[in-house]
Design a protein around this ligand. Structure first.
Ligand code: ADP
Ligand code: MG
Length: 746
């Protein structure tokens, strides 16, 4: 091997491309590359997307003398001394004293023994944290500050040489702070240096998938400077913009991520459209049937939405429509009308609901509305049917004897073959993984139409992303004759007054729900599956009043004169169904329940919803619960009872519930309080894994991205060339799966 070929790799790697393996970055090497792989960093591009999670303003670090208790501050000071102390009960506390001239600042770390040998007197250290009043007026201190030694030391073998020019990365500027990795061997400072080096050696030209016409129109920063500036903000960058992810560099990278996401979704949606679907006819016969099966005069919103659905159903491509409408807005009848169109055209319809109670309720309304009037054969298929009945049900479905099949997940999980499936309706979509809906679509020959309904109003920003491949219809109007619900927050120390009120309503012939967070011991959700025997007390071990005990209490002591019923997730499907049936028939005055009644249950005569331990429930949950009342003409009341300690956040939730009844507003707030991941639950499949963008914070960019993506895909923008589009496609092919974790684009 000549000396030249030996040197070749070094010559080549001196310039880094985005897809260069990260081990070729100066200072990385194979072993560190393995650690980085655990963080999903394997290329230079991945490394550049490892963004700082915050920045420190070390341009203007604070003088110790000017610190005020209560503020967050960065202080750069010299280590004076450090020691480990023990509190009276033996807890080790590490104390560091750092100084600037005559001023000193104390920092303490609880259980901080591990820091014992980290600091050497004379070292320069950056400290970041909340400034507090020290004990007994002994000056200011910072508890558990984030820290960084600024002149070597403490970081061992991974340290790069402490050259003078690198020092400027640490002080006298706005400094990026990274999450450390590989059990903190790769410190924030390490990342800062490695990324700085990578940026210095990055090729002058890097691929940029965004068409120049779009970049120009939106005045986007180029990709290369965006990478550089997001890590090392240029002089004069606004610190506030950095904190808010609103610098030109942030905007560029966020837009890029959202743009490709939206292009991918737009392509999926087009592909779906191209599949052969069913073209339902709206003949005079069908119109007659629709009229016959309409039990009341629809609201303008219901009419409009049904028009949109009917239009989709007539079209030969498969319908993919999301129907959004607040609880009680009347989605069911719209769904049944859509079913009527399909059935009149000779097709079968599947209606899926998230719970057996809800499926059963739909079954009874469907029979009431469709069976007698139109003569359709309707079948309920749930997991709790015995094997024989399931088999026979499947046989009838396969033969086509059944027009409308209503059921829970069992419908899709068990191998149901339809004779001629034309329409799939999914109720309360947010309870399903997004992808699950595709399973049922595969059945049948032509692609059936799909109508997805949701009562948890999904904020528009989220709907755009999650359901970017669906068209959306919104019922934004309540059926007539509803009076607004009065909501009150009250401590359970005043429970007697609440029970008196419930009794008065019952005497007027109305009905009430009383909801508890738990059946017995642990929270109800965990309990739905297990049968933990807990001692029954007024309050369970967790300090919560529980449904089982309170049922006895209310039945025997509080309402001996009323008919009290009980409903919870541990009852058999049959028991649940019977209880709901009796409540609906007015044979129960007060229904004690867990959150099993949260979704969709419809008993218009119920006018009171009492939620005990309301501080335990999330906003969406409370909104769903409140949605069980206010469904008839009589005035309804929601009582949010609190028991025990109420955190400030819970207080805020409850106050919002009292203030507004607008489901969209509540959902936006819920999303804001909990963040997108929590909002949809961890199990939610199909939620794209965004690296930089936050669909809540960046909703404006999301809308822009959607508009631009649609224009690109529809080829309606004359400024975007074929070569531009090819570059977008190439970028998508390379990045789609890995970046967004979504299935193939096609
Ligand atoms: P949701 O959208 O929460 O599923 P439902 O479909 O259960 O709401 O409807 C709530 C209640 O309003 C039901 O009792 C239903 O019969 C009634 N309803 C729906 N639409 C109308 C209407 N146009 N006029 C009168 N009552 C209606
Ligand atoms: Mg409903």
């Amino acid at each position: 091997m000549s000396i030249f070929t030996k040197l070749l790799p070094f010559i080549i790697i001196s310039v880094l491309e985005l897809n260069t393996e990260v081990k070729f970055v100066k200072g990385v090497g194979p072993r560190v590359a393995e650690w980085l792989a655990q963080k999903n960093i394997s290329t230079v591009e991945d490394l550049l997307y490892y963004l700082p999670f915050r920045y420190e303003d070390r341009l203007n670090p604070r003088g110790i003398g000017e610190l005020r208790a209560g503020e967050m501050a960065t202080v750069i000071a010299e280590v004076r001394n450090s020691a480990v102390f023990r509190t009276r009960n033996g807890m080790p506390i590490f104390e560091l004293v750092a100084g600037q001239g005559r001023s000193t600042l104390k920092c303490i770390w609880f259980h901080g023994e591990y820091l014992r040998d980290r600091f050497k007197p004379g070292q320069l250290v950056a400290l970041y944290g909340k400034v507090e009043e020290g004990w007994k007026g002994r000056g200011l201190q910072i508890t558990q500050p984030q820290f960084e030694l600024l002149d070597g030391g403490g970081e061992g073998e991974l340290d790069l040489e402490t050259a003078k020019d690198i020092e400027s990365l640490e002080v006298g500027r706005i400094v990026p702070i990274y999450e450390s990795a590989a059990n903190t061997k790769l410190t924030s400072r390490w990342f800062r240096r490695i990324i700085h080096g990578a940026l210095e050696n990055l090729a002058a030209e890097i691929p940029d998938g965004i068409p120049p016409a779009i970049s120009g129109r939106l005045k986007l920063l180029d990709r290369r400077p965006a990478f550089a500036q997001v890590h090392f903000p240029p002089e004069g960058e606004s610190f506030a913009d950095l904190q808010n992810h609103a610098t030109p560099a942030n905007k560029r990278l966020i837009f890029e991520e959202l743009f490709f996401l939206e292009v991918g979704l737009e392509l999926k949606r087009r592909k779906m459209r191209e599949r052969p679907g069913i073209s339902f006819a709206l003949t005079e016969n069908v119109r007659q049937a629709l009229k016959k099966t309409l039990p009341f005069k629809p609201t303008a919103a219901q009419k409009r939405v049904l028009g949109e659905i009917a239009h989709d159903m007539q079209h030969p491509s498969p319908m993919r429509r999301l129907l959004q409408g607040d609880v009680g807005s009347g989605k069911t009848i719209v769904a049944l009308q859509a079913a009527t169109i399909a059935i009149e055209n000779g097709y079968q319809v599947a209606l899926m609901a998230p719970t057996e109670i809800l499926a059963t309720q739909h079954y009874f309304s469907a029979r009431r509305i469709l069976e007698d009037v139109a003569g359709y054969r309707i079948l309920l298929l749930t997991g709790s049917l015995d094997e024989d009945m399931k088999r026979s049900a499947r046989r009838h479905i396969a033969r086509g004897d059944v027009h409308l099949v209503i059921g829970t997940h069992a419908l899709i999980q068990e191998k149901v073959e339809f004779h001629k499936l034309g329409l799939v309706i999914v109720d309360e979509q947010h309870r399903f993984g997004v992808m699950q809906r595709f399973k049922l679509m595969k059945k049948g020959d032509a692609e059936p139409d799909t109508l997805v309904m949701t009562a948890t109003p999904i904020p528009r920003t989220l709907a755009l992303t999650l359901y970017g491949d669906l068209d959306t219809s919104v019922i934004d109007e309540m059926p007539p004759g509803r009076t607004p619900i009065t909501t009150r927050k009250i401590s359970d120390q005043r429970a007697d007054e609440v029970w008196d009120f419930v009794r008065k309503q019952a005497r007027l012939g109305r009905q009430a729900y009383v909801v508890y967070p738990v059946i017995e011991g642990a929270p109800a959700e965990q309990q739905e599956m297990e049968f933990a025997a807990e001692p029954a007390g007024a309050r369970s071990k967790t300090g919560l009043k529980a449904a089982l005990h309170m049922y006895e209490e209310l039945r025997k002591k509080v309402f001996p004169d009323l008919r009290v019923g009980l409903l919870h997730g541990r009852m058999s499907a049959e028991e649940k169904e019977q209880t709901m049936h009796r409540f609906k028939a007015g044979e129960i005055d007060v229904l004690v329940s867990t959150t099993v009644i949260e979704v969709g249950v419809d008993v218009p005569n119920a006018t009171v919803m009492v939620v005990e331990h309301a501080e335990r429930f999330g906003l969406s949950q409370l909104h769903q619960l409140r949605g069980r009342i206010g469904r008839g003409a009589a005035k309804s009341y929601c009582v949010l009872m609190t028991g025990g300690k109420v955190s400030p956040e819970a207080e805020r939730r409850l106050n919002e519930m009292v203030r507004t009844q607008d489901g969209f507003e509540i959902a936006e707030l819920d999303l804001e309080l909990r963040g997108p991941g929590e909002f949809f639950g961890t199990k939610q499949a199909g939620m794209p894994g965004l690296r930089i963008a936050n669909i809540l914070r960046d909703r404006n960019l999301l809308e822009l991205a959607k508009v631009e993506a649609a224009r690109l895909v529809s080829e309606s923008d004359p400024e975007i060339t074929l070569a531009d589009r090819q570059r977008v496609m190439q970028h998508l092919r390379q990045h789609w799966q890995r970046r967004y974790g979504l299935v193939e684009v096609g």
